[in-house]
Write a protein of this length. Structure first.
Length: 337
């Protein structure tokens, strides 16, 4: 009886090439990091850490020069030799200026504002030119992400934004990024690696609006009732970070140049608690998305709200700092803890 045999399909050439390229890229990256080590913020690009290779345009230019040389040798054309040597000189000058365009450039990482999942993290990096020569066509890159090219004048500096896809909540870490240039003529690409471990907090993606906000605190949290009711005006107090702008006494500020907050008494308002257990039938990521939406809606309305997730309890408060604290807890939440 004949037995059927199956053979694995041959590997696709494109996929094989991609895997080999990724493996080579990882090995080169490990070699470069071992060679130069971790960087301190800020730092300056030195000669031994700048790499340069011809671009596709540069390779085509080299092929043209070689063809010109062969033609000159074949026909013993002195003008052909002159053109060949002239083109060689142009290529060498371009290579020197491309390397010089990065040498001595100061690099300073400034930080990144938190973003929501699905957006792009914007890493802010300052490049400083301490020389008397302008720098041209400088760009930052990380993988397939690239910034726009920038020119920096003599003794000048510029802040360049490196956009990176933030597809998942949590702490987005960028172990390295590159600074590159194709100036002049695009015949060579000079670049250098920076190992600074850039970080950006990625909030959970908010759930669609429409679900009503929680109206009550959980049992045992009545002591969090809002002492700043909205019924009767009770006086003024000094401004503290996190107070909502809608309660600032602007007329008093115009008279005294001092920020004061209106206080009220009478009917008390109960702050809201965004509780993990109020969404028992939903998976982890769906809960985090809905809690994020509730926090945003409560902040937009100016209400005081708290947050409760397994292992963390944030008392009700208001303001941008409080919102950032709650969203950061949701972003870094680990269901396994």
């Amino acid at each position: 009886m004949a037995t059927a045999t199956t053979t694995a399909p041959p590997a696709h050439p494109t996929g094989l090439t991609s895997r080999l390229r990724q493996r080579l890229s990882r090995r080169v990256a490990a070699w470069a990091k071992q060679r130069q080590g971790e960087d301190r913020n800020p730092f300056v690009l030195t000669q031994r850490r700048i790499y340069i290779l011809p671009t596709r345009t540069g390779l085509a230019f080299a092929a043209l020069v070689f063809a010109t040389l062969l033609g000159s040798l074949n026909y013993a054309a002195s003008l052909g030799f002159a053109l060949t040597f002239l083109l060689c000189g142009v290529g060498l000058v371009c290579m020197h200026h491309g390397h010089r365009n990065l040498l001595g450039l100061g690099v300073h990482y400034l930080g990144a504002q938190p973003v929501f999942a699905g957006e792009k993290a914007q890493f802010q990096i300052s490049l400083k030119n301490a020389s008397n020569t302008a720098r041209y066509e400088l760009e930052l890159f990380a993988g397939k992400q690239r910034s726009l090219p920038h020119d920096i004048g003599a003794r000048g500096d510029d802040i360049i934004t490196l956009p990176v896809e933030a597809n998942r909540r949590g702490l987005l870490t960028l172990e390295r990024f590159g600074i590159a240039t194709r100036h002049p003529a695009g015949l060579f690409r000079a670049w250098s690696w920076a190992y600074l471990s850039l970080e950006c907090v990625v909030y959970p993606q908010p759930a669609p609006p429409g679900r009503p906000l929680p109206t009550q605190l959980e049992e045992g949290t009545e002591q969090w009732s809002d002492e700043r009711g909205e019924a009767d005006f009770a006086g003024l107090r000094s401004f503290t970070p996190g107070d909502p702008p809608r309660r600032v006494a602007w007329k008093a500020y115009a008279r005294s140049d001092q920020l004061l907050i209106k206080q009220f008494s009478g009917s008390q308002t109960t702050p809201m608690l965004m509780a993990w257990d109020s969404l028992p039938d939903e998976p982890v990521e769906a809960r985090l998305s809905q809690l994020t939406r509730w926090c945003l809606d409560a902040h937009e309305s100016g209400a005081r709200f708290g947050l409760q997730v397994p292992g963390r309890l944030v008392k009700p408060d208001s303001g941008a700092a409080h919102l950032d604290k709650c969203l950061t807890i949701l972003a870094l939440f680990d269901a396994d803890d």
